[in-house]
Design a protein around this ligand. Structure first.
Ligand SMILES: Cc1ncc(C[n+]2csc(CCOP(=O)(O)OP(=O)(O)O)c2C)c(N)n1
Ligand SMILES: [Mg+2]
Length: 387
């Protein structure tokens, strides 16, 4: 069944360069945000029948999202405070403005699913359920941190929750996610990998190699591009000559889709639809979520490459503010209730930070520990079976 929603267009309204084979459509409505979900065949675009589910989110679900988005924002604001006090040990890249993506995506994941992250990874970690105190300890180079204080912000990983790691190498997580997806397929599970990366990373060779391989092998991976308009000081308009990064999916014969990454309801719905397909074994998807980096590239960035006016105007689209407006206007939630939630989250974050501050630093003799896997003899090697 097709459902008309505010993003829908009637068939006659499609851009002139799109030709639709009439007999490939069972009904004349197509969802505009779904244009890339097409197979190019004989230069004619054939639109497969796609079921669009209108996921109605309950007030409780949205409040839960609001809580987690505020947790991420509070974590990042506290990380900046720690950096100002010179307590952090490596670069800090905050996720401010992109919270709806990590939260809306990770809300769908189940045990056994994996994510890979980037240098801007705190939001992904928190949304996947990482421990705040261990995260802060890692940022501050303390022994109780995720990498025992030797990795810093860009190396946080927690295999117990399926978080395969942040990554200081732009595009570095993409082949890792592809390899993990290969393993999941090999083990015949219905689990998936979500690979978060930025618009800048989509210009790396690793992106193109991984998408091709994942497509050929029909791997269960969702390549999730957080297009926040900037790669350090490089504007997306100068580095990419197409409107949507998701258009690149066509080159690899996979589904591509662009959605509004600042609208948590849309993120949740569209990601959920993709996830269901990928779980069923249809192969990878390139899902682009448009958003905006509200803070500097990293703590200390003087941001002289963009105007204050631009940032102020994009702040109107802050995903937390948008969710606040939705909850107040459509769900009758009182502003004071939301303020209380934000304060609770801030208090929890500060408690974690304060505890982490008390943790000891690693000692010189810890330097050479944890560099190599210790239990090689316990690994059982399986012969490779061609699928
Ligand atoms: C291979 C590699 N090249 C360059 C850099 C330097 N660098 C760090 S972040 C970044 C920009 C990344 O932009 P994007 O992928 O859009 O992510 P965003 O910072 O916007 O989240 C660059 C070029 C790096 N870390 N790794
Ligand atoms: Mg970017």
């Amino acid at each position: 069944m097709f459902v008309l929603c505010k993003h829908s267009k009637k068939l006659k309204d499609l851009p002139g360069n799109l030709k639709i084979k009439q007999n490939s459509l069972s009904i004349g409505i197509i969802v505009a945000s779904d244009y890339q979900h097409q197979k190019v065949f004989d230069k004619t675009i054939i639109r497969k029948r796609v079921e669009i589910k209108m996921t109605l989110l309950s007030k409780e679900q949205l409040i839960n999202f609001y809580r987690k988005m505020n947790r991420i924002r509070a974590f990042e604001n506290e990380a900046i405070e720690l950096a100002k006090m010179n307590l952090t040990r490596a670069a800090i890249h905050t996720y401010n403005g992109q919270e709806a993506i990590a939260v809306g995506v990770c809300a769908h994941l189940k045990e056994g699913d994996y994510i890979t992250s980037t240098h801007r990874g705190h939001g992904h970690c928190i949304a996947k359920g990482a421990d705040l105190e261990r995260m802060f300890a890692e940022l501050m180079g303390r022994k109780t941190g995720y990498c025992k204080g030797k990795g810093g912000s860009m190396h946080i990983a927690d295999l117990s929750i399926g978080m395969l790691g942040a990554n200081g190498i732009v595009g570095g997580g993409i082949p890792i996610a592809t390899g993990a997806a290969f393993a999941l397929k090999y083990k015949q599970t219905d689990n998936v990998v979500v690979c978060f990366f930025g618009d800048g990373a989509s210009n790396q060779g690793s992106f193109h190699e991984a998408l091709n391989l994942a497509s050929v092998k029909k791997l269960p991976v969702i390549f999730l591009c957080e297009n926040n308009n900037w790669a350090i000081s490089m504007n997306i308009g100068k580095s990419v000559n197409i409107e949507n990064i998701s258009e690149r999916a066509a080159a690899y014969g996979i589904k591509g889709l662009t959605v509004d990454g600042n609208d948590i309801a849309q993120v949740y719905r569209e990601f959920g639809n993709c996830l269901e397909e990928v779980r069923q074994g249809t192969g990878p998807v390139l899902l682009e979520m448009k958003t905006y980096r509200l803070s500097g590239h990293y703590f200390g960035d003087n941001e002289n490459y963009r105007s204050k006016e631009e940032v102020i105007s994009r702040r109107q689209e802050c995903p937390i503010t948008r969710l606040e407006n939705l909850l107040i206007q459509e769900y009758g939630v009182l502003p004071d209730e939301l303020k209380a939630i934000a304060s609770e989250e801030k208090a929890m974050v500060l408690e974690a930070s304060n505890k982490a501050k008390l943790a000891p630093e690693p000692q010189a003799e810890d330097l050479w520990n944890d560099l190599f896997a210790q239990d090689f003899e316990n690994i059982t090697w399986q012969p490779f079976v061609k699928s």
